[in-house]
Ligand binder design. Sequence first.
Ligand code: ADE
Length: 267
Amino acid sequence: MNHLHTTNQPYRLGLVSALHQEQAGLIALLENARTVTRGMRDYTSGRLWGMECVCVLSRIGKVAAAATAATLIERFGVTHILFTGVAGSVDRRVKVGDIVVADALVQHDMDARPLFPRGEVPLLGQSLFATDRGTTDSAGAAASAFLGDGLADGFAGIPAADREAFRLVQPTVHRGLIASGDAFIHQRETRAALKEAFPALLAVEMEGAAVAQVCFEFGVPFAVVRTISDGADEGAPLDFMQFIDRIAARYAHGLVRRYCASLPAGR
Ligand code: ADE
């Protein structure tokens, strides 16, 4: 599916993050903003850097994310979904401050063995949910541009003290597998077990694969982009809290601005 759309259907992007700290500031930038509350979520529609968007915070976990994605599609008519937020790294090449762009997602806590293989969603016959290629390419290009320009122009305004604290020296973009589950991963053994179960795994979070399943079922193209906030180990709770408070929103802003600006006018 091509995200640039060749049909007459207007492009309307659902922009989702789990937490306020991961999307802070974007809603304030929406032009002609209009908020509708549905199922305990606020959906704010408007124009963001020229693009028709609906911004929403899903809250944490797969059920919350799935309900939000389904509502975005059914009630708000989004044509594409971009999920941005933070994740824990489960690969030693993937560092705090790096960006992981999902090319596929899996629900690591979906386990109906021995009836179905681990990770497979029963009756759907699927464990890996591929992201939309065009949307993911655009999001990946936006992520690379953000980290590239970001370094050149004072790192998106992230103060030197924060850059030092989080060791943001030369963050890079990775593309690969992200796993989601209803657990905050904060123990080395759990992290290692996940990596063993899914050797290609780069990062772990709590929503992306749920959005992926809903988008798959509705045929809606989507992308998931995660900034690494922690190492999914014993240091994760503190690292996560500090990262979302001080860094995450700057990444979301830098990424979404470039993503919106990269698509042609008049869409
Ligand atoms: N999101 C960010 N860090 C995470 C972790 N360690 N586990 C699950 N979700 C996360």
